[in-house]
Design a protein around this ligand. Structure first.
Ligand code: PEP
Length: 235
């Protein structure tokens, strides 16, 4: 079975999140390992409505301090108080638009793991980096910022594949995952335009341990289809 994580980004306020979670709750996910990552304001309702189901709830980021003068940030302790069990860190949109670096990503991951949270750490090269032969160098640098932990998974998300409809080929994903695991031996999810029609072939790669899904996780039917694909492929 593979882990399927839905990253809602800045979509679905509390009302829409509630509608989605109520729908998800009623579905048979074939025992899939599933997590949804709503925006902060929709975490509470999602935790409440998914309590007692097999679907976990994680945040899209987390700060490294327990509390402090950090406008706009949220700590692991606050998330845990809400019943949120994990967080994404280092998503390429955070790195690209909000100045997130390997260093801040590592600090966020370390603090969340120390607090007992599950962490999805994102890595991945840009199109220019791939075209100029820097993929391995970039992955080496980004992956090395993390430390191995039982509650850490990484997500290989080539930036050129995120939200573009361009997916890495199964071979490209497999090759990158194997390289990442040679640096840090943790499960690695693939992210980048995963859809119901390409999920099974990507998830069938031996070192693709799951998927981090953006756009296709916003629609209940397509998310369920990807979850079922993940449930039916052995790890
Ligand atoms: C993501 O946001 O992590 C992502 C992979 O997005 P999409 O599936 O839309 O490419």
């Amino acid at each position: 079975m593979k882990l399927i994580a839905g990253n809602w980004k800045m979509y679905k306020g509390p009302a829409e999140a509630a509608e989605f979670c109520l729908g998800l709750r009623d579905e048979d996910l074939d025992g899939a390992d599933v997590v949804v990552c709503p925006p902060y304001v929709s975490l509470a309702v999602s935790v409440q409505l998914l309590a007692g189901t097999e679907v976990a709830v994680a945040a899209q980021n987390v700060h490294w301090d327990e509390e402090g003068p950090y406008t706009g940030e949220i700590s692991a302790r606050m998330l845990l108080e809400l019943g949120v069990y994990g967080a994404i860190v280092g998503h390429s949109e955070r790195r690209q638009y909000f100045g997130e670096t390997d260093e801040t990503t590592a600090k966020r991951a370390r603090a969340a793991l120390a607090a007992g949270m599950f962490v999805i750490g994102c890595v991945g090269e840009t199109e220019e980096e791939r075209e100029t032969g820097q993929t391995e160098q970039v992955l080496q640098r980004q992956v090395s910022a993390f430390e191995s932990d039982d509650n850490l998974v990484l997500a290989y998300e080539p930036v050129w594949a995120i939200g573009t409809g361009r997916t890495a080929t199964p071979d490209t994903a497999q090759e990158a995952h194997l390289f990442i695991k040679s640096i840090l031996d943790v499960p690695v999810l693939y992210g980048g335009s995963v859809k119901p029609d390409n999920a099974a072939v990507l998830l069938s790669q031996p070192d693709v341990d799951g998927a981090l899904v953006g756009g296709a996780s916003l629609d209940l039917e397509s998310f369920i289809a990807i979850c079922r694909a993940g449930a039916n492929i052995p790890s």
